[in-house]
Design a protein around this ligand. Structure first.
Ligand SMILES: *[C@@H]1O[C@H](CO)[C@@H](O)[C@H](O)[C@H]1NC(C)=O
Ligand SMILES: *[C@@H]1O[C@H](CO)[C@@H](O)[C@H](O)[C@H]1NC(C)=O
Length: 273
């Protein structure tokens, strides 16, 4: 009220709303977290990326129990658009009936809407999965080694609060902001609510990972390097080395076919090194 007395326009004073908070889930998994996962892995995908989803289901997405702790993998998408939208939507429902591993929100899926996708992901984690210890966002072209990732997170050195890690980058859009590269980042389960809270005061930008960095600055929480940053490889390896790849937590692949072939090779009997 004091501001108004001073003659300021209330609308100019109100924080910029970064994100409308108006989307909801039309395909949801409200019960899944009752299994008390240790780790929830979210893979943003486009509606038509069935092959990408199946490759993950058939490889690393199928590895769910590590030292008695449970990891859960879910795919996140928006609405299909264009000529075949209705048919695609019907297929998405069928695919989800079969696998029960999809989350679909009601905004139009587009790479330009990546920040909306990231924000609805955080909402889902906050609202549906506070029981978990950690969440991971990982791109569809990453071969994720859930075993190594869980071992990293079981370490007593890893905080279960105010924790966000990944391959750290600097952006100097305005000031220098430290942010985790969007390919793969990991956060403790208190972070989704905190980032969402900060986001109410941060102007939206297209780059969803830089946006997280800006929110973290406002929260005064610095993202940190993982214990072994060399285990995160986001430039495709020039030379394929079975021994090397078998030690990584996250490695980018060129195609779903290559992901399956790396996986099969790393898991073939006999020591890889
Ligand atoms: C992003 O989603 C909104 C909400 O569905 C939609 O209005 C907008 O057209 C989408 N953007 C693109 C580039 O598709
Ligand atoms: C694996 O190879 C990448 C380069 O392709 C290298 O940066 C990394 O240090 C190697 N990692 C290990 C665990 O040997």
């Amino acid at each position: 009220m004091k501001e108004n007395v001073k003659g300021k326009h209330p609308n100019l004073d109100s924080p910029y709303v970064a994100y409308p908070y108006k989307y909801s889930f039309i395909v949801d998994q409200p019960q899944k977290c009752q299994h008390k996962p240790f780790l929830v892995v979210i893979v943003p995908v486009a509606p038509n990326e069935v092959m990408e989803r199946d490759s993950i289901r058939n490889t690393w997405g199928n590895e769910k129990l590590v030292r008695e702790r449970y990891a859960m993998v879910l795919f996140l998408l928006g609405l299909p658009s264009g000529k075949n939208a209705e048919l695609q939507q019907a297929r998405i429902h069928q695919e989800n009936v079969r696998h029960q591993d999809m989350l679909q929100s009601n905004f139009i899926d587009s790479s330009k809407n990546a920040t909306i996708k990231m924000m609805v992901m955080l909402e889902w984690l906050r609202d549906r999965c506070p029981q978990a210890h950690f969440a991971v966002k990982v791109d569809k072209d990453i071969l994720l080694n859930i075993r190594h990732l869980m071992s990293m997170l079981f370490s007593l050195d890893i905080p279960h609060q105010n924790y966000l890690t990944g391959q750290l980058q600097n952006s100097n859009s305005e000031t220098i902001t430290l942010y985790p590269l969007g390919k793969c980042y990991i956060m403790s389960m208190d972070m989704p609510a905190k980032i969402l809270m900060a986001s109410k005061e941060v102007k939206p930008i297209r780059k969803d990972d830089v946006y997280i960095g800006i929110c973290l600055e406002l929260l005064n929480i610095a993202p940190v390097n993982p214990p072994k940053p060399e285990q995160f490889v986001f430039i495709p390896p020039k030379l394929y080395d079975r021994c090397n790849i078998s030690q990584l937590i996250a490695v980018v692949t060129y195609t779903p076919v290559q992901m399956v072939s790396f996986w099969n090779d790393v898991h073939k009997p006999g020591s890889p090194c």
